[in-house]
Design a binder for this molecule. Structure first.
Ligand code: PLZ
Length: 445
C-alpha cells in the first residue's frame, strides 16, 4: 500500500474530464507534441492501491496499472522508502563509469527469479524497447547471424529496430520508416482467427511456422526467435498449448537464440513470476521492463551466461541503464512481490476476473472470446454471428467506463479488445465494482 491514505472507493464528482483537468489538458494540447496519444482524459493528482485521484477530486478505478507497470501499486511503500533513501545518497554515477551495489543486486535477482536453473547473467537498460534492442544485439553477436523472427500482432517498442519488429502499422509505424532489415514476420498462432479455428490452430500452427522459417530464412542465417508468451498490445493473444515449447525446442536444436519478451507479462502479472513458466519454457534470453520497477523506468536483459558474455567489453552500455533510483525501486518491487505473495494474488484476482468475464460472455453475443491468465485477461468483440471485429463496440464501452470512473485499456490489431491489467494490490471489492461497470458498459452497446 501507499504511505498516504487513499480511500479505495470509486467516486465520480464531475463530468470526466472535470473543469480543472480540462484547463490543464488545454495546456497539454498547446505544449505537448500532438503525436502522443491520450487514453483517459484526466490530470492525475495522486494514486495508490486500485485508485487514481484526479485534480477535480474524482477517484478512478485503475484497471491499467500504467500499462502493466505498477503491479505492486502506485507509490508502493517499500519502493517509496527505497527511492527516498537512495536519492539522498547519490542519484547517478553511470554504472559503467563507477559501479554501485544495487545494479548488481538487480542482476542477481533477475538471474534468480527468471526461468531455468542454468548460469545466467543480466544487464539493465531504461525501457522495454531498449531491452529488445540489446537482446537482438547480443543474439546477433553470439550467433554471428543476422535474421530475426517475429510474429504477427507483436509489439516490441517504438525505436527503429523495435518498430520494425512490431506488427501493426497504424499508429506505430505509419510514415516512420524505413525500418531495419532482416526482420521476418511469421503467422501467429491466434486460435480465434486461425483459418479453420482453434483446433486446427493447435494442430497446425507450429509445424506451419517452422516450415516457413526453414524455407524462407534458412536456419544457418537465423539469430533469434522473439515472441511475447501472451501478446500484449496485440490483444492478449494466448497461443495454443505446445506452441511456445515447440518454438523453444526448435531454437535449441538449431543454435537459434529463443527470446521471450516478457515486458508486459512479467512480474507476477499472469499468476506466475513470468508467463513462460506456464509451460515450463526456458528462454535463452528474457526481456523485462514495466513491472520490474514499481513505476521507475528500468528494464532488464537476462540470459544464458555464455550468450550474455559473448560480446566484447564496452560493446554494451548506455548512460542511464540501471540508474540507482530505478535499481533500488526494482529491488523493493521484487521484495514486495515475493513477501506479499503477489503471484498468488494475481491468481486470486484472475478467478474473480474470469468468473465475471465468462458470465458476460454468456449474456452478450458481441463477446467472441475471453482469454488471458491471472490478472492479464481480455475480451474480444465481434459483430454477432461471425468473427468480424467490432471496434465501435469497443469505443462505446471505453467511453461508458470513463464516464463512470473506470480506467480500462483497449488493445488488438483490430481495435476490438478490452484488456484488464489491474494493480495486483487492488481490493476485490474495487475489482468487482469495476467489472460491474464493464458489464453495464457492454449492456449499453
Ligand atoms: N515489449 C511486450 O508490451 C510496451 C506500449 C505503450 P517500452 N507496451 C506498451 C505505447 O503506446 O508505446 C512493450 C511491450 C512489449 C516491448 C514494449 C516496449 O516497452 O518500455 O514502451 O519501450
Amino acid at each position: 500500500m501507499t504511505r498516504i491514505d487513499i480511500p479505495q472507493v470509486r467516486k465520480v464528482v464531475t463530468a470526466i474530464p472535470g473543469p480543472r483537468s480540462q484547463e490543464v489538458l488545454k495546456r497539454r494540447a498547446d505544449a505537448v507534441s500532438a503525436g502522443l496519444g491520450l487514453s483517459f482524459p484526466i490530470v492525475v493528482e495522486r494514486a495508490g492501491g486500485g485508485i487514481i485521484v484526479d485534480i477535480d477530486g474524482n477517484s478512478i478505478i485503475d484497471m491499467g496499472a500504467g500499462i502493466a507497470v505498477v503491479n505492486v501499486g502506485n507509490s508502493a511503500e517499500r519502493v517509496v522508502n527505497a527511492v527516498q533513501e537512495q536519492v539522498e545518497a547519490f542519484t547517478h554515477t553511470c554504472f559503467t563509469v563507477a559501479p554501485y551495489l544495487s545494479y548488481i543486486e538487480v542482476c542477481e535477482a533477475l538471474n534468480r527469479i527468471t526461468p531455468g536453473r542454468h548460469k545466467k547473467k543480466s544487464m539493465l537498460a531504461n525501457s522495454g524497447a531498449e531491452a529488445l534492442e540489446n537482446a537482438i544485439k547480443i543474439a546477433r553477436h553470439y550467433t554471428g547471424r543476422q535474421a530475426v523472427v517475429v510474429f504477427e500482432h507483436s509489439f516490441h517498442g517504438r525505436t527503429n529496430l523495435t518498430m520494425g519488429m512490431t506488427a501493426k502499422n497504424m499508429p506505430y509505424k505509419e510514415g516512420f520508416g524505413p525500418f531495419a532489415p532482416e526482420i521476418y514476420r511469421m503467422p501467429m498462432a491466434y486460435p480465434l482467427r486461425w483459418p479453420g479455428g482453434p483446433k486446427v490452430c493447435e494442430e497446425e500452427a507450429l509445424e506451419y511456422v517452422l516450415h516457413k522459417i526453414e524455407k524462407e530464412i534458412d536456419l544457418k542465417n537465423l539469430a533469434a526467435i522473439v515472441i511475447e508468451p501472451i501478446q500484449g498490445e496485440g490483444g492478449f493473444i494466448v497461443p495454443p498449448k505446445g506452441f511456445l515449447p515447440g518454438l523453444s525446442a526448435f531454437a535449441a536444436k538449431h543454435g537459434i537464440v529463443f527470446i521471450a519478451d516478457e515486458v508486459q507479462t512479467g512480474f507476477a502479472r499472469t499468476g506466475h513470476m513470468f508467463a513462460c513458466e506456464e509451460e515450463n519454457v526456458i528462454p535463452d534470453i528474457i526481456t523485462t521492463a514495466k513491472g520490474i520497477g514499481g513505476g521507475l523506468p528500468i528494464s532488464g536483459i537476462t540470459g544464458r551466461a555464455e550468450i550474455m558474455d559473448s560480446s566484447h567489453g564496452s560493446g554494451l552500455g548506455g548512460t542511464f541503464g540501471g540508474n540507482p533510483l530505478a535499481c533500488v525501486a526494482a529491488l523493493a518491487t521484487i521484495a514486495t512481490i515475493e513477501e506479499d505473495h503477489l503471484i498468488e494474488r494475481a491468481n486470486t484476482l484472475g478467478k474473480v476476473i474470469s468468473n465475471s468475464l465468462y458470465a458476460m460472455k454468456e449474456k452478450y453475443p458481441i463477446i467472441a472470446e475471453v482469454r488471458g491468465r491471472g490478472a492479464m485477461q481480455a475480451l474480444e468483440f465481434v459483430i454477432p454471428g461471425g468473427n468480424e471485429p467490432h471496434p465501435t463496440a469497443l469505443s462505446t464501452i471505453v467511453k461508458f467506463c470513463q464516464d463512470n470512473g473506470v480506467l480500462i485499456l483497449s488493445a488488438g490489431t483490430y481495435n476490438n479488445v478490452i484488456r484488464l491489467l489491474p494493480p495486483l494490490v487492488i481490493s476485490e471489492d474495487l475489482l468487482r465494482d469495476a467489472l460491474d461497470i464493464l458489464d453495464k458498459a457492454i449492456a449499453s452497446v
